[in-house]
Design a binder for this molecule. Structure first.
Ligand code: ADE
Length: 246
């Protein structure tokens, strides 16, 4: 699949895509990323991308024309291509959205900047808006990098089997289980004994239980409207009984 990023700070992306999962995906050729400088789509001498807002407020707003031109230049066949504006007003990014994006042939990401983007971009150009959280970043660039990383993980061939199963588990709606490595004891803090048991069934059960426990404690919203499988309910009951015994 292919990502096209439209930005006034193209240089911001070089380092984030030069490591980790995205780099591997680029090397394998299963993901392609093109970063486009919005100023290349201006037609005036000063390559102006922003202007003062009508109605008189402080600050500058990104002009519509260069953004429309840029999107029209990079967008491939409709149908397999989606265009999104990164903005705090967008649909919150989660595993389901990341997976949806990964199933597209092309995703075009438009990075907002300054005090805003002319509303005609949101109303008449893009297919949707994406937010990475309820806070305001100084621009869409960091958000676009987050979207690319999260979506790339769902592109077939990007992460190994082992990892993708764990991805599934978050997409399935619960947090991850705790992980440990050597040493077995560090400053008196011990790795849970069950992990040395060699009993894979027991370990799997323990991991599921810890993941459920953590989810209920830290993110009750993730399980509030779900009916848990009987085995999961049993594991959680065990947990609350253990607490009563403490
Ligand atoms: N641009 C500014 N803030 C943002 C956010 N929270 N998510 C996506 N894009 C943004």
């Amino acid at each position: 699949m292919r990502f096209d990023i439209i930005t006034i700070f193209p240089e911001m992306f070089a380092s984030v895509f030069s490591g980790g999962v995205v780099r591997k995906a680029l090397e394998k050729g299963v993901v392609r990323i093109a970063v486009h400088d919005l100023r290349d789509f201006t037609e005036d001498k000063h390559r102006q991308v922003d202007d003062r807002p009508f109605g008189g407020l402080e600050g500058m707003v990104l002009k519509p024309e260069p953004i429309f031109r840029a999107v029209e230049a990079v967008r491939q066949a409709e149908g397999t291509s989606r265009v999104y504006l990164l903005s705090p007003q967008g649909r919150p990014l989660d595993a389901a959205l990341a997976r949806e994006l990964a199933s597209q042939g092309q995703v075009v990401l438009v990075c907002g900047r300054y005090e805003g983007v002319d509303e005609r971009v949101a109303d008449h150009l893009v297919d949707g808006e994406i937010s990475i959280g309820d806070y305001v970043l100084s621009g869409g660039e960091l958000a676009a990098a987050v979207v690319v990383d999260a979506a790339a993980r769902f592109v077939p061939g990007v992460v190994g089997k082992e990892d993708s199963v764990r991805n599934e588990s978050f997409a399935g709606g619960i947090l991850d289980f705790p992980q440990y490595t050597r040493p077995r004891e560090f400053r008196g803090f011990k790795v849970p004994q069950v992990l040395f048991s060699g009993d894979h069934k027991k370990i799997e059960r323990w991991r599921r239980k810890k993941a459920l426990e953590k989810t209920v404690r830290r993110r009750p919203d993730l399980v509030a409207h779900r009916t848990l499988a009987p085995e999961d309910r049993r594991l959680l009951e065990e947990t609350s009984n253990e607490r009563k015994d403490e």
